[in-house]
Design a protein around this ligand. Sequence first.
Ligand code: FAD
Ligand code: FES
Ligand code: FES
Length: 1330
Amino acid sequence: MSAEEVGDILCFFINGKKVTEDHADPETTLLSFLREKLRLTGTKYGCGGGGCGACTVMVSRYQPATKTIIHYSANACLLPLCQLHGAAVTTVEGIGSTKTRIHPVQERIAKAHGSQCGFCTPGMVMSMFTLLRNKPQPSMEDITQSLAGNLCRCTGYRPIIDGCRTFCQEANCCQSNGAKDCCLNGEGNTDEPEHGEPQLFDKEKFLPLDPTQDLIFPPELILMAETANPQTLTFRGERMSWVSPVSLDELVQLKTSNPKAPLVMGNTNIGPDIKFKGILHPLIISPARVTELFQITQTPQGVWVGAGCSLTEVRSLLEKLVPQFPEEKTELFRALIQQLGNLGSQQIRNVASLGGNIMSAYPNSDLNPVLAAGNCKVSVISKAGGRRELPLNHDFFVSFGKTILKPEEIVVSVFIPFTIKGEFVRAFRQAPRKESSFSTVTTGMRVLFSEGSRVVQDVSIYFGGMGPTTVSATKTCASIITRPWDEETLSRAYDVLLDELVLPPSAPGGMVEFRRSLTLSFLFKFNLEVLQKLREMTVITDGLPEKTQIQALPREIQHSLQEFQHVSEGQSDQDPVGRPIMHRSAISQATGEAVYCDDMPHTDGELFLALVTSSRAHAKIKGMDVSEALRLPGVVDVITTEDIPGMKTRPMFGYEEELLAQNEVSCVGQMVCAVVADTRAHAKRGAAAVKIEYEDLPDPVFTQEEAIKKSSYFEPRRMIEQGNVTEAFKTVDQVHEGEFQMGGQEHFYMETQSMLVVPVGEEREFNAYVSTQWPAGIQEVIAQTLGIPSNRVTCHVKRVGGAFGGKVVKTGILAGITSVAAWKTNRAVRCVLERGEDMLITGGRHPVLAKYKVGFMNDGRIVAADIQYYANAGNAVDESVLVAEKILLHIDNAYNIPNLRGRAAACRTNLPSNTAFRGFGVPQSLVVVENMVNDVAMALGRPADQIREINMYKGPSITHYKFEFSPENMHRCWDECKVKSDYSARRKAVDQFNQQNRWKKRGIAIIPIKYGIAFAESFLNQAAALVHIYKDGSVLVTHGGTEMGQGIHTKMQQVASRELHIPTSKIYISETSTSTVPNTCPSAASFGTDANGMAVKDACETLYQRLEPIRQKDPKGSWESWVMAAFFEKISLSATGFYRGPDLYMDWDKMEGKPYAYFTFGACCCEVELDCLTGDYRTLRTDIVVDIGRSVNPSVDIGQIEGAFMQGLGLYTMEELKFSPTGVLYTRGPSQYKIPAVCDVPLRFNVYLLSDSYNPHAIYSSKGIGEPVLFLGSSVFFAIKDAVAAARSDSALVGPFSLDSPATPERACLACASPLTQKIPASKPGSFKP
Ligand SMILES: Cc1cc2nc3c(=O)[nH]c(=O)nc-3n(C[C@H](O)[C@H](O)[C@H](O)COP(=O)(O)OP(=O)(O)OC[C@H]3O[C@@H](n4cnc5c(N)ncnc54)[C@H](O)[C@@H]3O)c2cc1C
Ligand code: FES
Ligand code: FES
């Protein structure tokens, strides 16, 4: 092979070590190289598309021109390995480890309880580490900006922010960075915890930040960069080549010869296209070393910025220039800075280039509308055309992803002009999430006034998100130009704009009315800002009424309170129960040493499995052609249902779910077959090559409405009634009927479904390493699928990177399929779903349609209610019937409604089957009930909290299923929440704010919860444990619960420590496995600690008693000496423990039972501020009071509360699954599906654990807490609804109105029914295909 064919040697550094690759494949990303080649598995795979931040690393480069080293965070999943020549990469392993010493960032995030499942933690650590590398004393704004692109599904972010806050020395950061008395002694924040109150962590003990710990930049790379004659580099892979020229001439030449080859800079457009759309580019040109593309030239008219500059560099450049010039010259610069601050995430902006953003010509590019409105231009070069300059205007952006440039033309630089006196430029954007999210609509607007007048000399308005590319509102501009900027002109302009930018009802991206209304809102906002400017310039003198002024929503995160009780005075110092002990793996998680399923080393001959899923919602499988797949390199086999040696289906509630479809498919995403190959990439290519022929079957059912029409249900449907509802309706003063639609929710655990099944090689034995909540369930599925006894299958679970109910049933089916592949090939088989596959295949929370009728008296008493729920179960029954039952068991929530009827049905549809999700139907059930109570309040024109109070259970109470309980602690939570949140005063303040503001409204809501704990299926209320004491005194605890971030292992360690009277440091928990503790129940229903805690306690008590005679003999001995003595006295140092839980049941025929062991109570008050023009909102403050008895571990429990609340906030206000009319899930990754990020954390987020509460039904008087608080996230929904109601009343709309969940900006904005949105004609449902 010639040198040319072989390619050059890629040279870079990772964690201070030189890496040379002589076969660098351009298709390899840094992430796969780190994880698969170097086995640096601390950097995680969460989405592969730059949307989650789990893969964040720091890249450092030497810049010869300035002789400086720059450091920036980047997403390793988007970084092509070949791009790294000459760079130094730092991963989480490079900054600290438990073997050497940990870095302060790792320590502080861990000790502040910022790591639960830990899967996001290395990414968080690296974002924060990079920030500190560049700015050792960051501001809070810096911190939140740098974490904006890192998603966490467990913690609710508050503890991560608090850990990072300790590096910040702003006045509002108390005792920051070890500096005492930062603000506690000042006038201060009255919300700071008082001295003597227990704290979740002790800042005083943190390691100081010591930059000398950081790796130095490799001198060899400096030498390399200083080399006078850099050479063109070429790298060749299996399917792609990569050329990195060093001069502009060479680049031009290359592009001329290969016009179709993309220029890859940040790879943030090309990378996702390759990965998600399967686009193959045989050649990639990397201009990253062509210095002309990075030049900055200032002229009297403006500044030329090299097209290769990253967006971060562009922003810093503009920020540097702004103070150097008079304000009037930098209008455009400032609009761009604002837009750049919100575009993508820090990691994306650090690599994405200016030229790349322009040339990607995204329909919703945030920069292009501003660049175009601001009269920017580009300088391009090509061999044939030489250099030319082109304006960035409506002619430049041709269509989706296309510009006017010829394929061989290269953008060298971009000219950003100064503005002149009388010229104003503004940018606005509205996105599904405030940060790290493509905009729904984005705009750049510029107006130039004739000197000293309000007459418009020039105006340009461009929008993104309103067509296939950046569009100009040319006619609107024409209607404004030469006219005075006044009411009349603007009013005409709105109408012209409305006519000009029409979107067909079926426009890609949907949200047509909202997008159209945003164009008007932005013009309206621009108008207000321009008027303000004209007023400042005294061109106009009329005052702007305060009501119409708009400011940005508040964003400053404040201190939060976490209040919990001290342990009792007599408790021994060594006894950890009741103390805020850090998650036992938090440090390993923060250093990247914690091992998740896909971090396990590959075994010899291991294969990877990729699934082939149905592309049809309802069809017959006519044929399957796997021949092409089998011919592809690396493909070993294709697994179909024929290959399953045992049970081919999973039975549930009398229905059968096929592991792999045989004759028919009933949803898009149903698994049909699987391809196994030597590598991940080969398996995926193989799966893509399988051809399936379908014949569509008629009438697929997608929605609950369709299911109702066709009576398509999974039986049994359930009904429950107390009193006589029909009769009661005849006696009430008023009756109100309503309907509520609630969307589903994707689990979005950060670690996707992962498993490794290894044949042991003899006697049909298998080891399965699975990320699951239910190891025994996996063991059973594998045994039944392979037709072997359970004793041949061991399932091991070390830890789970988040689960939330999604890793029970669905994981079993995937494990069954993977085990068949391991069986057939007799090799270890690994299956790790891509994020998109996971979202497509595994279903989530059930969407619910509810219809209700409520009868009430004029004094607010609700006398009768009849609620009918329809849950969309999808194509398989899964646990849907149980979900429907749990919905009905909670329809009373906190209220004693004497005549109450509920009916629930699980609708069978042709969507992917839904499954368990934290709360298991309760969040759907209760939001409907609370919405109904809200309607009553609105109908009566009374505050909702009053109606809630009037109807709450009081005194000894009995539920609608005849279960006796005391609501006392529920009232205590409610009352305390009102006091702590200062509800009454804030209610008044909110009303006052609303009177003073027309376009921004505040809303406040307080919501109670009563949540039943334990399984109504009695047999599930059991647990077992196995405890070994070794001769050296160390203790190994095993129990049936799986560690998925909820801290169960930490709590079990605390239990064992108390019972054995030894410190937790002597106790270890390695994993959960079916060979140590058999027949376990899933870790679910908030019952893990209750059940397993008792089992661990039981085992430890046995052991402690066994040691009693030894202790008696030698009371002065040590634990170690007693253990050794016991060994010599032949006393067993191993014991099992067992917990037989309560006998619970529900008799649906009699409509009564005791389905719960007890209730967890809580209340939550939230206040939001809503921008009525865009629907954007911010949660200003949240106060949650929860009764969890006596917490075993307050930090873990508060973590569960905050995490569940944020997941609920996501459910009710942000997270929206979107399907095509043919049942194809559109939302398959973090780019399309928005879970809450740092920007969504309430600005003040207080949690109080109710004091003096005891619970005789659970270990150490604690209560289950995993699920209940999720529903309290709905208080944000109801606060938004309250704000919307205030906006509606300004439009003279009063009384109940409907707002479905999630209350996205789209829904909230349209519900406000402002005069602007009322201009938009609604598309008739059914008249178009969405
Ligand atoms: C997670 C994520 C979030 C994002 N969020 C936003 C957002 O909120 N707002 C927004 O506007 N954008 C957003 N983006 C898009 C991002 O800004 C663009 O992908 C990026 O700017 C493209 O630059 P790049 O250097 O990465 O391009 P590359 O992917 O490297 O290249 C993109 C294209 O541009 C061409 N190209 C690049 N440079 C030149 C040049 N000098 N001359 C000619 N052609 C060239 C290439 O040939 C290629 O076709 C997001 C992207 C991701 C992945
Ligand atoms: S894995 Fe890279 S951002 Fe999600
Ligand atoms: S701790 Fe952040 S995703 Fe689990």
